[in-house]
Design a protein around this ligand. Sequence first.
Ligand code: HEC
Ligand code: HEC
Length: 621
Amino acid sequence: MRRLICFVLPVAIVASIFFTARSLTGQIAPDSKEILYLSPARLVSDSAGTKLYIAQYEGKKIDVFEVKSKKITKSIALDASVNDLCISADDNTLYVTTGQSDGCVCIIDTATGHILKRIKVGYSPIAPALSADGKTLYVCNRFNDNVDFVDLINNKVKASVPVEREPYASVLSKDGRWLFVANHLPRRPAAPAADDDGMDFTVEACVSVIDTQTAKEVKRIDLPDGAVDLRGLDISPDGKFVYVTHILARYNVPTSQLERGWIDTNALSAINVADQKLYKTVLLDDVQLGAANPYKVKCSDDGKYIAVTISGTHEIHVIDRLAMHAKLDTVVKDDQGEIADPLNYLPYMQGLRKRVNLEGNGPRGLALIGNVAYATQYFSDSLALVDLQTYKTEEIPLGPDKPVTQIRKGERLFHDANLCYQKWLSCASCHPDVRTDGINWDLMNDGASNPKNAKSLVLAHATPPSMITGIRASAEVAVRAGLKYIQFSQRPEEDAQAIDAFLISLKPLPSPYLVNGQLSEAAKRGKLVFEKAYCIKCHDGQYHTNMKKYDLHTTYGVDLGVPLDTPTLSEVWRTAPYLHDGAATSIMDVLTKFNPEDKHGKTSHLTEQELKDLAAYVLSL
Ligand code: HEC
Ligand code: HEC
């Protein structure tokens, strides 16, 4: 008996002294490759609602969760990150998208768990959707900016349809004719052109409509000005509306306060399927409480509810869908008697939706079975259940509780809007996937009325100073300033250190322009042009920056003549638009339109071919 106690005690102590994925007190575990988190991302149910298939993104497997017993009954191991999945109508087959540059669709037999086939698709494939006849699978290739039509009879890609940028979610119209695709970010200039007064200037991401018969993008439905970070898409059971979740950035004002969604609001837009136009947008926030980083959206089969996972504030919102539409169809007045546009009216959803707080952290994927919502919680490796009628919740662990490392803690804090005053935003709101939202923000660190394009934070710590003007001496300083001046919160130094550790751990993803991991022929030629045009003078070294400041005559207004910090070119393929004000949408524009005086490398004498080769090289870094 004594021996048994000796054996049990140390285990109990180890489990309790660490800050774990589910109990948020204690110490931080040392960073270690041994600790493998599951990071449940997406999930799908079979047609009878008896099983849920859960894509464990970092766990590299699919767990089969039995709804009745609330237990995992089987696991299917895969050899890459599991991004997303869908299931055939007869429940016999799973279509699973995996990997990044090695993107694949794995076809899995649900009865045996065997991988029947692998079909190579594009970069970071996500959001697989199956045609009603089961013959075509539509897959969004996030970093190829296109959607593959996979022929499931011959197991090959039969068409790749270009869309705007980073297709992230998709849904078919009920007749199967149209595929609606949410573009995660806009590919547009973030600032008006020099000869434009800016009065009509907008920047927003769009929903692409693809005609599945012709395999062509036929329409781009623009969301309201400031709509970015599109994550979720679903269609109402009557087929009349498509819903899309996104952030609604209020980028036109200086980031001087947060009250009433001053900087960011969080939204749900409804698209009318019949005319393929934006119908209306509602805000998910309350007047004094944000609902940051909405993720997935799902309608219940009876059409009564819309559920939305709110990943930054760890909630599920349950919306009374019919009541919301009844209100949207009428004119609503605000307290002053003015007509209230739901898009700008924070009290609009009062009485129409219930905010349900979850115990876990980072709800992302969402599936509905009858009137129960199931959400995967990315950072707590757990599943949340919410009854849509009673709002009763249940928290189910998907694996053993693991200690939290410094890096994981930082990743979690970076995505956590509970840090922020009134929960309006997380760091990820402007730095989705720790990169850029493509928007210009008028941060207060370098004065007012000089908005700057949000920067990627990959390599920020390795390439001081920080901010394009170099106003912050290092990324460490910028991280602490972000907490204080953008989230308006006082956080312990340990939180900032954890965020540093997380950001330092990030590595650039290989460029989708590489061919088998190598420079293409054009990029090889472009590498020589890079030297010839003197790019190497400033974009030198491992990170393609000498970390020095220059005035390249790209500045104007209050910034006129201010020298700018040479940015890294690593992963520049991913971080459009370019230059400090995001005025250039392509590398070609940086080299030509925005370099009239040859101040930014010597490009005026280059031939068309040399310019193209140079752009190919820069996009490969
Ligand atoms: C409202 C949008 C917004 C939010 C929210 C935000 N940032 Fe930023 N961040 C920016 C913009 C814009 C820049 C670039 C500004 C510039 O270059 O002057 C930036 C730059 C940075 C940089 C410097 C990168 C470099 O290499 O120069 C760091 C580090 C950073 N942010 C960290 C954070 C952290 C940590 C948080 C959360 C506490 C955060 N940011 C939240 C908009 C935002
Ligand atoms: C004298 C130093 C210098 C030289 C030479 C130079 N650059 Fe730059 N580069 C900079 C600076 C500084 C910026 C920031 C300018 C801005 O934001 O307005 C920049 C920005 C860029 C950007 C935009 C990056 C982003 O994330 O927005 C690209 C792309 C780029 N340079 C490529 C090149 C190429 C290609 C060449 C050679 C033709 C070149 N640069 C030559 C200093 C230089």
